[in-house]
Design a binder for this molecule. Structure first.
Ligand SMILES: [Zn+2]
Length: 157
């Protein structure tokens, strides 16, 4: 959450903390609170306080009503698979095996139609995701920090 009462020293401390945990992440003013949430395994998405709509990727203003009153807000991470792909190339060194095809799901979160997040799809048997399949949030520990992923919903199995 943006906190306008933070001192410059406090802000510097937060930035240092986040960079320590996520040395490879493209941290910006718009997404730092989202990464800070990840440190505590809390999934946050930017939300407008004027119209209550979520938006992704993080921005400093609301793409729906253009208000600048936006803040990172918690979401469940539960939703349905909108897209699935196996990625065969990408940044090296993060504990990802591209040879087998790294499974990525784009998930429409239940909080809002059209609100989509992408992440690794983690199925116990390594299978592909199915379109419209219900999923839930899982946290994946990587050398460069915890990242949100999606697993088949326990209620569905
Ligand atoms: Zn808005």
């Amino acid at each position: 959450m943006p906190d306008h009462t933070r001192s410059i020293d406090e802000v510097d401390e937060v930035i240092d903390e986040v960079f320590d945990v996520f040395p490879n992440a493209p941290i910006t003013h718009d997404n730092i609170d989202v990464y800070r949430g990840r440190m505590e395994r809390r999934l946050l998405v930017k939300r407008c306080r004027a119209c209550d709509r979520y938006h992704e990727p993080p921005r400093s203003f609301c793409p729906d009503c253009l208000s600048g009153d936006v803040a990172a807000a918690p979401v469940s991470g539960a939703g349905t698979v909108a897209l699935f792909s196996r990625v065969h190339t990408g940044p090296a060194g993060f504990g990802i095996d591209y040879r087998a095809g790294h499974p990525i799901a784009v998930v429409e979160l239940r909080e809002q139609p059209g609100l989509r997040l992408s992440g690794q799809f983690v199925a116990p048997d390594g299978r592909d995701a199915r379109l419209d399949e219900p999923v839930e949030l899982v946290w994946i520990d990587r050398a460069d920090g915890p990242v949100p992923g999606f697993a088949p919903s326990a209620q569905e199995v």
